[in-house]
Design a protein around this ligand. Sequence first.
Ligand SMILES: Cc1ncc(COP(=O)(O)O)c(C=O)c1O
Length: 382
Amino acid sequence: MLVKNRLLIPGPSQVPPEVNAAMTRPIIGHRSGDFSKFHEQVAQKLKKIFQTENEVVILTGSGSAAMEAAVSSVVSPGDAVLCIVTGKFGERFAELAKVYGADLTVMESEWGDTYDLGAVAKLMEEKAFKLVCATHNETSTGVTNDIKSLGELCTKHGALLLVDAVSSMGGMDIRTDEWKVDLMVSGSQKAFMLPPGLSFVSISPRALEVINQNNSTNYYLSLKKAKKSQEKWSTPYTPNVSLFYALDAACDMILGEGLETVFKRHNLLAKACREAVKALGLKLLPKTEEIASSTVTAFFGDVDTEAVRSLLKKKYGFSVAGGQDRLKGKIIRIGHMGYMDFGDLIAVIGALELSLQEAGYQVELGRGVAAALKVFAEGGMN
Ligand SMILES: Cc1ncc(COP(=O)(O)O)c(C=O)c1O
């Protein structure tokens, strides 16, 4: 029987045909006037999605490249850095800060929970940090962290705020300027609907001052160089021109649909997924639904989750993710970001029900789908 492959992991995500088509355009020289014009045009579109007046630098490299560029451009050995860790990707910031010699303080929460704002506030009263790092959307747990409150704290204490929005920017309402985020990082292969390979960093004037004064030992990942080149709509090294074309097409799709509508679609998909999971007697990993992500849903239950994932892939063609690190083999994560609609969500829930049943879990077929349909009927997809 024909089975289509459908990519519903929390990144890389599905790439729309329009975006794939854009990548077939002939390559142009990256030092040409045509490329400069194009670069400027794309960066202006990115700024709208980032909801910022700050410049957004485009790097050729995955999301971690942008994370490393930001940390290594700001941190010198001995600088006090606070990393707020709520999962695997929060840990990445802490690892990076350590590599670049920071005087590191880690505030870690249980995976599945958000951070403790009171505890962060207390810590920041006690110690002056040069940089605070946090993850907006913790892909490993399906938890979204409140960034606005961190922005207020960092402004009060004069710390720079660096935020990882790799798996949320382009799908969720992220107010870079309103939340006072100095360095906002994202990547191409999630809600931006592109293949992997580009990443983005918005840089506030305050952050730029620190970056320009810092004696960084980085080279390829220097934000100082990237920002300086971008002033002439150039890049320090050869950019991935094809992905720039793809980015332009993807930004047009996001802005064409309208940011509000894109956010609403992601919220609905997430709610439908959560309601379906609950209706099937499974449990959401996030402690409360208020902190549940709109781009990825993590859940578990009294069933072999790896067997369910394997059935989903082999019999029904759906790739969904398992847990990472300490959650390996314990949870399932469904990505519903970017090029994802009503049909994708209903189909994956249907396939999940069948896979659960085949893995020996008691399922009343149709319960999850019915719960998801109710969300769509009440919320409206348009
Ligand atoms: C929240 C978050 N941060 C950072 C990364 C790392 O990005 P990349 O794998 O593109 O280097 C990911 C990728 O899954 C992510 O989800």
